[in-house]
Ligand binder design. Structure first.
Ligand code: AMP
Length: 349
C-alpha cells in the first residue's frame, strides 16, 4: 500500500531541518552518497548487514557516520530512520531489496516514490516513455519474432539472464512459460545520461517549475558481450550475455546535447502529468543509431551506478558548479537547500 503524501509530510514536519540525516543501504552508490553528504556537512546513516560494515570502514570518507545494522537489508527499519531525522535515498539495490514494500515505508524518501512504481513495471515505464514522445524499441509477442530481439526476464535489472533470439522457435527453446519481455535489439552506441531535476532552482535549463541538469553520461561493461571481440579473436564461439559488471565514462559529441536535454525535459514533464513529477536524480538507458537517432529502453527513477565514475565531478558538472559535484553531493546539496528554504516536501515523498 502506498503511504500517503500527507503521512510523509507529517513525519517530515517533525524533523529538525538543521539535523537532517541522509540514509541509504550500504550498497550500489552508497560510498558516493555518504561522501557527498559529508562534503555538504550532512550526517549519514548506513543500513548494513554486519559483514558489509568492514567494506565501508575501508573507505573512511565514504563511510557513514553511523551504521544501522540489520539482519535482512530488505526490511528497511523505517520507524528507526524516521526517529533519527533521516531522509532515505533510494538506489538500485534498495529498490531491488525492498521491492514493492518501498511504497509503504513510513520514512521520508528523496524524490517521488510513485516514480519507482512506474520504473518497476515495464508496461508502465513504456507508457511513460511514450507519453514523453521518446522513440522506444518495438515490443513483440513471442510468435511474432521476426528480427533479433533481446528477451528480458521480469524484474531482472542488470541484464542477468537476458538472451538474444531471432525466431519464435529459439524463444520457446529457452523461455517457454517464463514471464519475460521481448524487445527489438537496438543496434548502435549505448548512452546512459544521468539527470537531476530540481524544482527549487529557477535558472539554467528550465523544465516544469525548475531546472534540469545533466550530471554525467556512462556506458556499461556487460559480460560477456562487451569483450566479444577478444573472445572472437581467440577463436571461441559464445552466446552473448548482458550481466552488468561495471561502467565507463562517456562524453558525447556536443551537438547531441540538445537531444539529450530535450529527452530529459520530456521525461520530467511526462512524469508531472502522469504521477506528480520526478524531483532528484534519474537516468535514461538509450541507444544512438548510425542516423544519430536516440531510442530509450529503460528509465531509472533514482540514482544509477554509472554515476560512481565521477565522485569528483564529471565533464558536465564542471560547467555548472565551481566545486567538484558528484551525484551524491548534488543530492545532499538539494536536501540542504530545500531544508533551508522550507521546501523539503517539494523534493521528498
Ligand atoms: P536493462 O536491464 O534494460 O538495463 O538491460 C541490460 C542491458 O541489456 C543493457 O545495458 C543493454 O546492453 C542490453 N539491452 C537491453 N535492452 C536492449 C535493447 N532493446 N537492444 C539492445 N540491447 C539492449
Amino acid at each position: 500500500m502506498l503511504v500517503s503524501r500527507e503521512t510523509i509530510r507529517q513525519i517530515l514536519s517533525s524533523y529538525e531541518p538543521r539535523k537532517i540525516k541522509i540514509a541509504t543501504i550500504c550498497s550500489h552508490t552508497a560510498l558516493q552518497i555518504f561522501h557527498g553528504a559529508r562534503q555538504e556537512g550532512i550526517k549519514t546513516v548506513g543500513i548494513c548487514t554486519e559483514d558489509r560494515r568492514r567494506i565501508y570502514e575501508a573507505f573512511p570518507l565514504g563511510c557513514p557516520d553511523e551504521f544501522l545494522v540489520v539482519d535482512d537489508p530488505s526490511k528497511i527499519p523505517a520507524g528507526e530512520l524516521a526517529d533519527m531525522n533521516a531522509i532515505l535515498v533510494p538506489h538500485g539495490s534498495l529498490v531491488e531489496y525492498a521491492g514493492s514494500r518501498l511504497a509503504s515505508l513510513r520514512v521520508p524518501m528523496l524524490g517521488n516514490r510513485e516514480s519507482l512504481q512506474w520504473e518497476a513495471d515495464r508496461g508502465k515505464m513504456f507508457e511513460w516513455l511514450k507519453a514523453a514522445g521518446i522513440q522506444v524499441p518495438a515490443t513483440l509477442e513471442p510468435d511474432k519474432i521476426d528480427r533479433p530481439c533481446v528477451v528480458k526476464l521480469a524484474g531482472a535489472k542488470g541484464g542477468r539472464g537476458y538472451r538474444v533470439v531471432s525466431t519464435p522457435e529459439e524463444f520457446y527453446e529457452h523461455f517457454e512459460g517464463m514471464n519475460v519481455t521481448v524487445q527489438e535489439y537496438l543496434i548502435g552506441v549505448r548512452a546512459y545520461p544521468h539527470y537531476f531535476y530540481s524544482p527549487i532552482h529557477k535558472d539554467g535549463f528550465r523544465v516544469a517549475e525548475g531546472r534540469l541538469e545533466l550530471i554525467g553520461i556512462d556506458r556499461r561493461f556487460e559480460s560477456n558481450i562487451d569483450e566479444a571481440y577478444r573472445t572472437q579473436m581467440a577463436g571461441l564461439s559464445f552466446t552473448p550475455s548482458f550481466t552488468v559488471v561495471g561502467n565507463e565514462l562517456l562524453v558525447m559529441r556536443e551537438s547531441l546535447l540538445s537531444d539529450i536535454m530535450d529527452m530529459g525535459k520530456a521525461v520530467v514533464e511526462a512524469a508531472e502529468r502522469l504521477f506528480g513529477g520526478i524531483p532528484g536524480p534519474f537516468c535514461l538507458e538509450t541507444v544512438v543509431d548510425e542516423n544519430l537517432q536516440f531510442y530509450a529502453f529503460e528509465i531509472s527513477a533514482r540514482i544509477v551506478a554509472g554515476t560512481n565514475i565521477y565522485p569528483q565531478g564529471s565533464p558536465y558538472t564542471i560547467y555548472q558548479w565551481k566545486e567538484p559535484m558528484s551525484m551524491g553531493r548534488r543530492i545532499a546539496r538539494e536536501v540542504k537547500l530545500a531544508a533551508k528554504a522550507g521546501k523539503l516536501p517539494k523534493i521528498i515523498y
